[in-house]
Design a protein around this ligand. Sequence first.
Ligand SMILES: Cc1cc2nc3c(=O)[nH]c(=O)nc-3n(C[C@H](O)[C@H](O)[C@H](O)COP(=O)(O)OP(=O)(O)OC[C@H]3O[C@@H](n4cnc5c(N)ncnc54)[C@H](O)[C@@H]3O)c2cc1C
Length: 422
Amino acid sequence: MNTSCDVLIVGGGIGGLSTAFSLTRQGLAVRVLERAAEFGEVGAGIQLAPNCTRILHDYGLLEEAASLGVLPSRMVMRDALDGSDLTALDLADLERTYGFPYMVIHRSDLHGMFLRACRRAGVDLVTDSPVTGYRNTADGAAVTLADGSERSARVVIAADGLHSTARGLLVEDEPVSSDYAAYRGTVPVADLDRGVDLSEVAVYVGPGCHFVHYALRGGEMLNQVAVFESPKARAGEAEWGTPDELDAAFADTCPAVREAIPSMWRDRWWPMFDRDPIMTWVQGSIALLGDAAHPPLQYMAQGAIMAIEDGWVLGAHAARQRRADGAVDWPAALAAYEAVRAEHCRRVVLTARAWGDLWHLDGLARRQRNAILRARETTDHSFTDWVYRPTALLPEDEPEMFRPIPLASAGDPAEAPHRARI
Ligand SMILES: Cc1cc2nc3c(=O)[nH]c(=O)nc-3n(C[C@H](O)[C@H](O)[C@H](O)COP(=O)(O)OP(=O)(O)OC[C@H]3O[C@@H](n4cnc5c(N)ncnc54)[C@H](O)[C@@H]3O)c2cc1C
């Protein structure tokens, strides 16, 4: 295992594996170090918008993904209290507009697809390898494993998730609690005792809560996510997001939502954290990627997609920065990666916070939101165009996004330029 490689990737989640595949396509020798005993993902669904399916197509993986996932025909947002339709996205029109489909897929199927692609491509996949430290070296970077041994490479990519160790090299920060918890529940459609339209991705938004469902695996399974604000978290209690809070949060919702709550998994739940955006992801030959760099709240369904985009952009810049002797000019490639990705991801993280606020409104603000959403054309993509269009490789590709913004405001959602647009 101590044979040399060009790139060490720490973390074998969707970000780490998709990046390993992207860099291996460029002829680089890549090793992934995963702390767990096996590569794997939790069994729930994930949404893949056109900015991701476009990359899967480029990787030659779109057909495989489509055979594992579902292509819904519309996404609909409803009021969680009265169940009425607020707005919808015509996903066939979205595909016509962007050239690639909107897909939903089981996370373990997506992860498994990248794992197989990495194996075929010859990525060195190593489990049981928790990384505890990072350092830059004269000709690259090295990581320390829990057993004290070191592994080195020309460049180290830290894709080690929300609680990233590597992030500490760049910033002293902590995950930011939203005080919301997510429950998941993936159930066989045959076991459902209620009617569900499997052709749609449905999002029910309500005061302090929302509920999402969509079909997986050719319509055999229904993926469900129930998210709510925890009063215990607000009160500063250590144990929060408990099942009694789930039941209370959805007690007044419409029957379509209320009747789904008993089928959520109750033995585990996900407290929702993000982090304030940072604009520096690279230190020497060590770079952050995926949730390690930009963990979002899930409201825009772009977290894993951003990680996949990061890997695709990094692969493109590694190819562009090949010198005549075949070696990659890594400082130039990493600088180009950071220059385009940090601003895009900053916007997604801050917009996701703002969307959460919008979804969870109550009282007059809820009624005003509903009136605005009902007036929206289902083919109006203006709010999401900056997200779904082709992933930018250079800041020049997204000129309106790169107008000067004072860095001091990077962590303050109130000053984010998109906030006023929502
Ligand atoms: C409820 C919910 C719904 C979501 N829905 C969507 C969606 O629809 N679409 C979407 O795009 N995103 C969605 N997301 C976000 C998405 O799940 C994450 O953004 C994405 O999984 C991040 O991938 P990652 O590879 O960067 O990190 P992770 O998935 O966290 O992977 C990190 C990996 O690194 C390993 N690791 C950690 N520390 C070490 C170490 N020290 N040494 C070695 N290995 C280590 C971990 O074991 C893990 O395998 C959702 C998230 C939630 C919570």
